[in-house]
Design a protein around this ligand. Structure first.
Ligand code: ADP
Ligand code: ZN
Length: 726
């Protein structure tokens, strides 16, 4: 028997397949999808069994050395899925398989067993021997104590003195017993008293009728309408049918509350998968899944690869979220993977959102997805009242951070012992620092971007490459003392708020305050326990949080998001601000949202003001149609990058010409143009955009180019099929 083994080749992870002989000792154990160790040149490397065959025309084959992990390998479904990812994202097969495996189990890792054990001790099953021992060791009180303690029991070894236990083990009186233990242990199930309301019931019933069919449902329900209750009701049903569920969330640390709701409902039946778990934790959770010990997997993007047996349902919550697209190779979208798996397993896919992506809503309108709607918040909770403040007027009054109105409302909320959230989508103190005398602007020497001033560290920082430098009092160019800073960031808002509301307890939640493991959770706890009154944060605070005491949300500067030069900025602003607004008034207390802007007349803001998702949808669709953007056209972007500007300019033109002459005549190829951020980390970047409805030649053309440049030292290509931003 022979195995075709896939190995990772070169820094760009190219595919290479080699045939090896399977030694007799492994013939019964080896399976497709397993990691094996193979001799390669004069070293030994790891590879991945792609095929097992009876005969081969090759001779002089070396033998496989060993199987790396027998209890974890990719099953048939995932082996197939890898091929789909390869064709969809134009990556190599090995990259696809590597992506599907938890980090502790990737091909190049050799450690096999991350299991954690508790060591217990017990007496041997030989009473005479024990009595003998006691009789001959009458003065060994410590040992005899342990023996008495252990009679009829198995006890954790760590509860006893180590050296005493050691002696007893050496004497053969006491035995050790290892018991596998999990690092993550969900809390127990609680009784769930929720009875679905009519809308929820209708949505749930509709899906229950079709649990054995591949249908994609779009569950469009306003924030707080109880989508999660619908998900859990369906999970219950799927589990009753003996099947399993994967549920994706955009970001786990911020959805601790969501996981708790799943633990409360399903207890130990839940495994969680996300990137901030340790290798050991990921290993444990993965084993729970492949050993069929759990029926529900809750996780972020990569959880879509969970090897659940008998898949009965996939749920993607907040389906519009950009975190579902991976922005490094392979650039896959979890939604595509979900569709592939649901189709294969003949089960439904549920996409849930209060602000579905344009693509999804368009598909629902066309009947490709089945639309289910939840129109109101549960019980007496209502959607918040939204108002817009023109900051041009406020600026004349001398207010550039907090408008008079927002100030008064914050004051009222504090008086009523309610909490306030202030949203500003930039971290740091100010985003532009320059000299008002000569116009010099601090920019990153490695990137084409201004440096952000961070007051906490008193440094200027590049948010792209991490470069930092000290801020000077005088201009480095003209030496005038005229350094000014502009552009609000979270730190500045925090400073201002602390000054204006000295008795309020304030917390800032952005990348800088949450980078330490556990810090996000601790801030969320502070908010829950009402140990803080005002929360200032970036888009981090927009997602999935449910704090009943938050009644006021202030969007400090809506323009930051609107002004991003991307065809999706209108769509994204609508969903971002709706999500932030959705944090207000989630229980009996009604909520209010104040949006500050310098561009009051923007269409997007008008739709936000009226909570009019459909209006915004129609407006954006009109623009997309005229400009030939998704969902009317597909797009693929090709970024061409190099440290050598001259070579790059030359090469990128050749590439664009090649693409133009090797795609269908109905497709459109734009560019090359420089990327919005032209230089990052000393690498120059150009971009070519291809727009198409259907193109029979594009995939081959791009694959050809990708391979042509794979080993090029100067030029690198980054192909992104269906990019989420350009
Ligand atoms: P969504 O996921 O749509 O944002 P949630 O499921 O978080 O909404 O629901 C918002 C709040 O309303 C939660 O506290 C939830 O427990 C509660 N809720 C939703 N539906 C019901 C119901 N049918 N009965 C009682 N409480 C409900
Ligand atoms: Zn930089």
């Amino acid at each position: 028997m022979y195995a075709e083994v896939l190995v990772q080749y070169g820094s760009k992870s190219l595919d290479r397949v080699f045939t090896y002989k399977i030694p007799d000792s492994l013939v019964d154990r080896i399976k497709v999808g397993m990691k094996v160790s193979i001799p390669f040149g004069n070293q030994s490397i790891n590879g991945f069994v792609l095929n097992i065959v009876d005969t081969t025309s090759l001779d002089n084959l070396k033998e496989i050395k060993n199987i790396i992990s027998e209890n974890y390998y990719l099953n048939d479904e995932l082996m197939e899925l890898g091929k789909y990812i390869k064709s969809k994202t134009l990556c190599s097969l090995i990259t696809a398989y590597q992506t599907m495996m938890p980090s502790s189990l990737k091909v190049n890792k050799s450690k096999e067993d991350y299991s954690k054990y508790d060591v217990y001790i017990k007496l041997i099953d030989d009473e005479d021997k024990i009595n003998d021992y006691i009789a001959t060791h009458l003065r060994a009180h410590a040992q005899i104590d342990i023996i008495n303690n252990l009679k009829g029991k198995t006890i954790l070894k760590s509860e006893f003195n180590t050296s005493t236990v050691k002696k007893l083990i050496e004497e053969g009186i006491v035995l050790e017993e290892k018991q596998k233990k999990y690092r993550i242990n969900p809390t127990d199930k609680k009784h769930n008293g929720v009875i679905l309301n009519d809308e929820q019931q209708a949505a749930s019933e509709e899906i229950k009728k079709h649990l054995n069919e591949y249908i994609t449902y779009l569950l469009y329900g306003v924030t707080g309408s109880g989508k999660t209750e619908v998900y859990m009701d369906l999970c219950d049903e799927v589990i009753k049918n003996g099947k399993n569920v994967i549920m994706l969330l955009p970001e786990i640390t911020l959805t601790r509350q969501m996981i708790q709701r799943f633990y409360d409902r399903f207890g130990r039946d839940v495994a969680i998968i996300h990137s901030s778990l340790s290798d050991g934790e990921k290993y444990d959770e993965t084993l729970k899944i492949i050993n069929n010990e759990v029926h529900v997997v809750v996780g972020t993007r990569s959880a879509i690869f969970s090897q659940v047996k008998n898949l009965g349902l996939i749920i993607i919550d907040e389906e519009h979220s950009q975190t579902y697209k991976q922005d490094t190779n392979p650039r896959y979208h979890a939604l595509d993977i979900a569709k592939w798996r649901c189709e294969r397993n003949k089960c439904p896919l549920i996409l849930g959102s209060a602000t579905p992506s344009l693509e999804s809503y368009a598909r629902a309108e066309k009947g490709v997805y089945k639309l289910l709607t939840l129109t109101k918040r549960n019980g007496n909770a209502t959607l918040p009242k939204i108002s817009i403040i023109d900051m041009r007027d406020e600026y004349r009054k001398g207010n550039n951070i907090i408008s008079t109105d927002l100030g008064i409302k914050i004051d009222n909320a504090l008086r009523n012992k309610e909490q306030v959230m202030l949203f500003i989508n930039r971290r740091g103190y100010s985003t532009v620092v320059n000299c008002s005398s000569c116009g010099y602007t601090y920019k990153c020497p490695h990137c084409d971007i201004t440096l952000t001033y961070h007051k906490t560290t008193n440094k200027l920082q590049c948010h792209y490459c991490g470069y930092t430098t000290f801020k000077t009092d005088t201009c480095p160019e003209c030496h005038e003392k005229a350094i000014m800073s502009y552009g609000l960031g979270t730190e500045q808002v925090e400073d201002f708020i602390k000054e204006q509301f000295p008795s309020a307890r304030v917390v800032r939640m952005d990348l800088d305050t949450t980078s330490r493991k556990g810090s996000t959770e601790s801030i969320i706890k502070q908010i829950e326990n009402h140990e803080v009154d005002i929360i200032i944060g970036t888009q981090m605070i927009s997602k999935g949080l449910d704090f009943p005491n938050v009644t006021l949300v202030g969007v400090i500067n809506a323009d930051d998001s609107l002004n991003i030069p991307d065809f999706r900025s209108g769509e994204n602003t609508f969903s971002l601000i709706s999500q932030v607004s959705g944090r207000a008034g989630r229980s009996e207390k009604s909520g209010e949202v104040i949006i500050q802007t310098y561009n009051k007349d923007t269409d997007t803001l008008k739709y936000i003001l009226n909570n009019d998702y459909i209006g915004n949808y129609r407006n954006e669709m009109k623009i997309r149609k005229i400009l030939k953007y998704p969902p009317y056209y597909f797009i693929t972007s090709v970024k061409v990058k190099s440290k050598n500007y001259e070579k790059l300019k030359n090469e990128v033109n050749k590439i664009a010409t090649f693409i133009r002459t090797h795609i269908d005549s109905n497709s459109i190829c734009l560019g090359p143009t420089t990327c919005p951020i032209f230089k990052v980390n000393n690498v120059f970047r150009f971009q070519i955009i291809i727009k198409y409805k259907r193109d029979s030649r594009l995939e081959n053309t791009l694959r050809y180019l990708d391979e042509e440049y794979a080993l090029n030292k100067d030029i690198s290509l980054e192909i992104d099929v269906d990019p989420i931003r350009i």
